[in-house]
Write a protein that binds this ligand. Structure first.
Ligand code: NAD
Ligand code: UFG
Length: 375
């Protein structure tokens, strides 16, 4: 059986019957990097999951290997629907075909900062119009809870200090703007629903939301059965380093060695994708227990590492030098971007636990399995 055989086309209902009593979470973009890890965490915490993805940047989740892993730990509680958030009918089909959807985690979208400069309208139509389509369908089918995947990129950098949720919003790329505007639309919907509920308007539709602003997600699940394997060409640091380790690229191009940072290279708050996945479960737990909720939360570790520090950590793991050269700064980049995640700690009782060395090791472990003998 091919992996594709696990997909349910829009017209067919149910890979497996969902149990009625479990909260059901619709995960858009659930076959992608962060979505697939989050689905594993949701399933292991007892949630049922419906994945909705057009597989433009991911293989179908779960793969056969993952499916067999899940059948041990999480029997029969996952459904996959192939569809596009840009097509309202596809989304409506999911709601029509599902008995109940308690909440949506909206990951689906485009995420490359460089590509968003080249093709901004594609980013606005997928990320912003796609989010509006999801919200419209949620209102139509009385689904009140959404977690939205936003990004630290909306802040435009932290000038060497940790960034908190109330700091200046200043996106430096079209991608960053699409994330910020989507946040704003969700907030407006929440506010409008709250006001009409206060005025006893019977048509009011509640919308409870948690906006999660991720810093730099990396790593992979410990057993290496899933990880970051984009179909589109990746421009992020970790996949690019992997290509150099794997010999696909001869060297890493470092964008800028004149930033005002510890060694002149860009500093980021890398967060292990499993910490992020657990953050989503904490957010869903909170959202489902908290009426009238709207919160914006940073998810990061609070610690920043430069590009050279990341390279050095990988070199220790793989046991050889990773060749690199310095180049001009990249459009849309900032010197430093590190989270103050104290609000998420306080509200969600969540904290990132995994260190940079574990992030690098788990990424490498996944890639060495995925890329096989090339490593
Ligand atoms: P990803 O590309 O691995 O996952 C996104 C998923 O959405 C993919 O499976 C893709 O096939 C799907 N998708 C794309 N367009 C779609 C459409 N029109 N309809 C249905 N599905 C569609 O990316 P990721 O790293 O898992 O990111 C998930 C979310 O988190 C994105 O919204 C991204 O902007 C946000 N985010 C990511 C990062 C990061 O560095 N990875 C950082 C901050 C925020
Ligand atoms: N970098 C290089 N060479 C590369 C790739 C990256 O030097 O080949 C540098 C960048 O200049 C930056 C750092 O590595 O200093 C991290 O770059 P990434 O592309 O991995 O990550 P970004 O911080 O630019 O952006 C990522 C995601 C966005 C998300 C943001 C949140 O791509 O979607 O993190 O902070 F919004």
């Amino acid at each position: 059986m091919l992996e594709r055989d696990l997909v349910i086309p829009c017209t067919v209902v149910g890979l497996l019957q969902l149990r009625e009593q479990m909260p059901t979470i619709l995960v858009t973009g659930g076959s992608g990097f962060i979505g697939s890890h989050t689905c594993i965490s949701l399933l292991s915490c007892g949630y049922d999951v419906i994945i909705f993805d057009n597989h433009s940047n991911s293989k179908v989740f779960p793969s056969l290997e993952v499916a067999s892993f899940l059948s041990i730990n999480n029997p029969d509680r996952i459904k996959i629907i192939h569809g596009d958030i840009c097509k309202p009918d596809d989304i409506e089909h999911v709601f029509l075909a599902s008995e109940k959807i308690d909440a949506v985690i909206h990951f689906a979208g485009l995420k490359s900062i460089p590509e968003s400069f080249k093709n901004p309208s594609k980013y606005w139509s997928t990320n912003v119009a796609g989010t509006i389509n999801i919200l419209n369908c949620m209102a139509k089918y009385s689904c009140e809870n959404i977690i939205f995947s936003s990004s630290a990129t909306i802040y435009g950098g932290g000038q060497g200090k940790q960034i908190s949720e109330s700091d200046l919003i200043n996106p430096t790329s079209p991608y960053g703007w699409t994330k910020f505007i989507s946040e704003k639309i969700i907030h407006d919907q929440h506010k409008a629903a709250k006001e009409s509920a206060n005025s006893c308007d019977e048509t009011s539709k509640t919308i409870n939301a948690i906006i999660l602003r991720y810093f730099n997600p990396v790593g992979a699940i410990k057993n290496g059965i899933i990880g970051e394997s984009p179909l589109l060409s990746a421009t992020n640091l970790f996949p690019t380093i992997m290509k150099v380790i794997n010999g696909e690229d001869s060297q890493l191009n470092i964008f800028g060695n004149d930033w005002p940072t510890i060694d002149g290279t860009g500093v980021r708050d890398y967060i292990h994708v499993m910490d992020l996945a657990e953050g989503h479960v904490a957010a869903i737990n909170y959202l489902l227990a908290t009426p009238n909720c709207f919160i914006e939360l940073n998810l990061g570790t609070g610690v920043g590492y430069s590009v050279l520090q990341v390279i050095n950590t990988f070199e220790q793991i793989v046991g050889h030098v990773i060749p690199h050269t310095f180049h001009a700064r990249r459009d849309g980049d900032v010197a430093s971007c590190v989270a103050d995640s104290s609000l998420a700690r306080k509200i969600l009782k969540w904290k990132a636990k995994r260190e940079l060395s574990e992030m690098c090791f788990d990424s490498w472990n996944y890639w060495s399995k995925y890329l096989g003998s090339n490593l």
